[in-house]
Design a protein around this ligand. Structure first.
Ligand code: GRF
Length: 208
């Protein structure tokens, strides 16, 4: 049974997709052991509580130093015996010690087709604003393993989504979430939980 901890900062619609798909057994052999947010007002925490899932706010603002915050975050993730950390809209840079301790065991959902529209400053609506400004006809979402960089780790899954002529950033964000994010993040978790993918160097390979 893969134990996953989900880190969130906002509304938690990706978390909700994970919760629902575990409950409907579309994500198999997986236990959601807890949810952590840096933001005390994140509705994602409410979503977890509604489903009886341990939910904690660990905010950098509650600690004197960044190092103390990092230590508190890692302590909880370790205490929950986490096998896989899932970043679902988590907007805080992870501690280096966590990335090293959970090497190839942290995944992130990004709302574009990496390597387009990713990296420093590309998050939330900013991604979709840049997509519309560039005039691309196709965008999408990416699940990737987290390494020491920003949106640079091995790519697990991607799904393309059409950009429409009259799209606003909000309309495009909604379509990318509905048609891509809420599908490929749960699918990636299920594949990892059932040994269907593995990381080889900087690539992800499907296991036959
Ligand atoms: C999503 O668009 C995700 O791609 C990005 O942050 C957003 C989180 O949304 N990383 P939610 O909190 O899951 O609704």
């Amino acid at each position: 049974m893969l134990k996953i901890t989900v880190l969130v900062s906002g509304n938690g619609t990706n978390l909700q997709a994970i919760i629902d798909k575990i409950e409907h057994k579309e994500i198999r052999n997986t236990e959601l052991v807890g949810v952590i947010s840096n933001n005390p007002n994140a509705y994602a925490l409410e979503r977890a509580k509604k489903h009886g899932i341990p939910a904690k706010c660990i905010s950098p603002k509650s600690f004197e130093t960044r190092e103390q915050f990092h230590q508190a975050l890692l302590e909880v993730v370790n205490a929950w015996k986490t096998d896989l950390i899932v970043l679902a809209g988590y907007l805080v840079i992870l501690p280096k010690a966590m990335v090293e301790a959970y090497s190839s065991r942290i995944i992130n959902i990004h709302p574009s087709l990496i390597p387009s529209f990713c990296g420093q400053g590309f998050y939330g609506l900013k991604v979709h604003e840049a997509v519309l400004a560039r005039g691309v006809k196709v965008t999408g979402a990416t699940v990737h393993f987290v390494d020491g960089g920003t949106d640079t780790g091995p790519i697990s899954l991607q799904k393309a989504v059409e950009v429409k002529e009259d799209d606003t950033p909000e309309a495009l964000q909604k379509r990318v979430m509905e048609q891509a994010e809420w599908e490929i993040l749960p699918k990636a978790i299920d594949m990892i939980a059932n040994g269907k993918i593995k990381v080889i160097g900087n690539k992800v390979q499907k296991v036959k």
